[in-house]
Design a protein around this ligand. Sequence first.
Ligand SMILES: Nc1nc2c(ncn2[C@@H]2O[C@H](COP(=O)(O)OP(=O)(O)OP(=O)(O)O)[C@@H](O)[C@H]2O)c(=O)[nH]1
Ligand SMILES: [Mg+2]
Length: 465
Amino acid sequence: MKRIRSISDTIAAIATPPGIGAIAVIRVSGPNAIEIVNKCFRPSGRMSLIDFPSNTIRHGYITMQAKGITIDEVMVALYRKPRSYTGEDMVEIDTHGGYVVPKTVLECILDAGARLAEKGEFTQRAFLNGKMDALQAEAVMDVISAKTELSLRQGMSQLSGRLSREIESIRERLLDCATEVEVGLDYPDEYFGDIGDKVMEELNAVKERLERLLFTAVEGISLRNGINTVILGKPNVGKSSLMNRILGTDRSIVTEIPGTTRDFITETIDMRGIPLNVVDTAGIRETVGEIEREGVNRALNVAESADMILFVLDASEPIQDMDLEILDKIKDKRYIIVINKIDVNSNLDVHLIRQHLGTDRHIVTISALKGEGMEKLEDFIYDEVTSKEINVGFTPMITNIRQKQLISEMLNSVKDALNILKANSSIDLVAADLREAIESSDEMLGRVYTEDLLDRMFSNFCVGK
Ligand SMILES: Nc1nc2c(ncn2[C@@H]2O[C@H](COP(=O)(O)OP(=O)(O)OP(=O)(O)O)[C@@H](O)[C@H]2O)c(=O)[nH]1
Ligand SMILES: [Mg+2]
């Protein structure tokens, strides 16, 4: 998509969802925002909009200029630059809700000289005007789309600049090191030893901080996107019953006939603040008809991309080769073995499973029918997806692939620099590695950016944000 996003335009959009709600908000931002709205606004007091002090809200009417018709009774909030969300002159108009009023008011504003805003363009301007950095701009969307209270806490923490401050501080350390090294460049022989030791110490500390950040990525990304949790197992072991227990509703069909679930069913739930996208799948077996085989293939495919697998076994049946085969397929993932139907006689040899895995991994016993063991299963899931070292809302966390990639790049550059220092070899190579690490931190904060990055960053925003 080709975009012409001139920052000298004044933009406008309805910021609230269409058709619903008692009120709607229309946002206008840009160099002519106040004059443009003034053309359509008749204040109930004497003072004209042009003279309103900044950060005030006033009552009045929106009128259609050409016809002189009053469209709506509104409240208008005025923000003068730079004290606004975008850092530009901004006007927000609270109108009555529904479809027609906000749409007509927006039309008036557009007729008066504004252009319709694109997705995320208000936030993009806030970013371009230095109101927030790239990490905070990314957090805006995380806050809006937060799936649980814990996801929200994380989004707000990033929006407030917690991650930005950590990156800034790491960047400063790197700059200090780079300066030391630059000095050393001029006197390679005398300075190398001393400078080398000092820089190495600093860089080791930076390396630890970067590793700590990288460690938060799994949980950070999961909190934002939800943890894709796939329920897998042979037919009739109770996968759908487990799904329903987890959701607390009869979402999935349960019967005594093996092969009941044909396609996969996904629902998102809030489990102790963690968003879980739970997927029930078709039972995996070999000799099946066409539709069921398709279901089995799909089950294996979703399992492939799962963040976590709940592998269900039936306690009343001895373990079969098929179970061990599935186990081998999922061994390298996060998984929990759920032994179901413990309310009936047990014929399952748990030791055999332990032996096969060669570890004592999470094995939990439940009865999906009776609802027994569910608390324990939740504990296991929670432990599997959270870390004690992370305090959501306080620990700076990595929340998307872009950030993860850049932190990895910084870490690699720092490690390279350390190796060179350890080997006492060329100090100008250290300088180059440090420069690279600093560049990655600049990218992380959005101090340098490409058109492409802007597009990607704002493409999933809504119009009006
Ligand atoms: N006794 C007992 N029966 C259970 C338990 N969980 C499920 N069942 C029964 O096992 C049968 C199969 O349950 P489902 O939940 O449909 O199993 P599934 O794994 O989804 O089966 P498919 O979709 O056909 O692969 C049903 O008759 C359930 O009532 C349990 O904990 N104890
Ligand atoms: Mg089922």
